[in-house]
Write a new protein. Structure first.
Length: 249
């Protein structure tokens, strides 16, 4: 038996060493737990003011880049949607003209929002139909156009000579008529071909072609719908700018 300095009582050297080891192990556990609590406390503190400011700056920069792009895409989609809907309405009028053995015209009412319709009803005994574009009958096929899209006369449209060459041969003698004019609305006869109404008769003798233009009054972008002498309906978007071109889609 030996006395261990600083130890009261009597014990063996082995017992003292074991006790010291247990004591050191306990201190290590306590130290590790203290470190874990310190880390947890730091995590609970959240973000610092500098970190929050940096995060907000990043979000503002991303928004400044994304929002204009999103808005531009949204306006372009509205213009394309109006052109697509109008082209589909024209095709519907063409099919009805063949089925009913009559002629039907397509008009746009400048309401808010604008409405395009096939002027079908009333169907008169003398072969004429509709109200000459003055009234929308509840039975008429109708599409609603975005309020920011306006039908424009061909004189206001850009690069019309270039567009004409894309769906008619050069120096074509076929009369190309403005479908936005009340005097020459886009009209299809019983054979499904474009024609012009004269004195209550849709004269299909001689070829006719039509075009009508739409403009987005927010972006100033342009679109068009054309009808070839064979009755083919095509949709177009103008790419814009001095070097802009008409592209079919």
């Amino acid at each position: 038996m030996q006395k261990v300095p600083g130890w009261s009582g009597t014990c063996t050297i082995g017992s003292a060493v074991q006790s010291l080891r247990l004591q050191n192990g306990t201190e290590g556990i306590v130290s590790e737990n203290t470190r874990n609590l310190t880390v947890s406390a730091k995590r609970m503190q959240g973000f610092s003011m500098i970190e929050l400011v940096i995060a907000m700056l990043v979000m503002l920069i991303v928004a400044a880049i994304a929002i204009p792009t999103f808005m531009s895409a949204m306006h372009a989609a509205r213009l394309k949607g109006a052109i697509t809907d109008f082209g589909g309405l024209m095709q519907s009028g063409r099919i009805r003209a063949v089925d009913d053995d009559r002629y039907y015209s397509v008009y746009v009412f400048g309401n808010n929002p604008p409405q395009a319709f096939v002027d079908i009803y009333p169907q008169n005994q003398n072969g004429t139909s509709g109200s000459n574009g003055t009234v929308i009958d509840p039975r008429d096929p109708v599409v609603q156009i975005s309020a920011e899209v306006i039908q424009q006369p061909q004189a206001a449209a850009p690069s019309t000579a270039t567009l004409k060459l894309l769906f008619l041969p050069a120096n074509s003698p076929v009369p190309l008529q403005d479908g936005s004019s009340a005097a020459t609305p886009i009209t299809f006869g019983p054979r499904g071909l474009p024609c012009q109404v004269v004195a209550g008769v849709c004269n299909s003798v001689g070829s006719r072609a039509y075009w009508t233009f739409f403009q987005n009054n927010v972006t100033q972008g342009w679109g068009a719908v054309t009808v070839t002498p064979a009755g083919r309906i095509q949709r177009w978007i103008f790419t814009g700018g001095p070097a802009g071109v008409w592209a079919r889609y």
